[in-house]
Design a binder for this molecule. Structure first.
Ligand SMILES: [Zn+2]
Length: 168
């Protein structure tokens, strides 16, 4: 089965997603089917709908990074959903896994979201040297990651601040 193309509310193509993900977005009223595979239907438990070839998001989402995904501090925080890579609490800073003092650079695979406390505690040491293992490995975000993260961020922005802080 081919992947489903996702359009922004503005009809601008964003990314492809798996069929499962496309069906979930439609069932959650986050997207509408623009084009279907003729004659094919998704049938499961309480679901019976055409197999979407193209879906379009109901609301415009601002995607934080594009195909080339240039590195940025903001992009790292969005990629890691503002969760500290060392303790899982809310992160507001970006930490260099291999510190700049040891030659580590500004790129996706060497940077993680971090709370200010852990960033300060780790200082100019690697996670091994500091005895602070990473909860997850940094990765280079794909256009699909970028779109799904933008959808999540759009949901959070509809929540009251105190709750949005929890969800982040
Ligand atoms: Zn932390």
């Amino acid at each position: 089965m081919r992947d489903t193309l996702v359009l922004n509310a503005s009809f601008e193509p964003l990314s492809t997603v798996t069929l499962n993900r496309a069906v979930v977005l439609v069932l959650q009223d986050k997207a509408v089917v623009e084009q279907e595979h003729p004659g094919l239907r998704v049938r499961a438990a309480a679901v019976d709908m055409p197999v979407p070839r193209v879906i379009r998001l109901c609301r415009y989402v601002r995607v934080p990074f594009r195909r080339q995904a240039p590195w940025s501090r903001r992009g790292v925080l969005v990629r890691d959903q503002h969760r500290c890579a060392y303790c899982g609490k809310r992160a507001t800073t970006v930490d260099h896994v291999v510190p700049r003092a040891q030659g580590g650079g500004d790129h996706w695979l060497n940077t993680v979201a971090s709370c200010a406390e852990d960033n300060h505690r780790k200082a100019d040491r690697t996670p091994e040297q500091a005895g602070m293992p990473l909860l997850h490995q940094p990765f280079v975000p794909t256009p699909q990651d970028a779109m799904l993260l933008a959808l999540k961020a759009a949901e959070r922005s509809e929540l009251p601040d105190w709750l949005a802080g929890q969800a982040a």
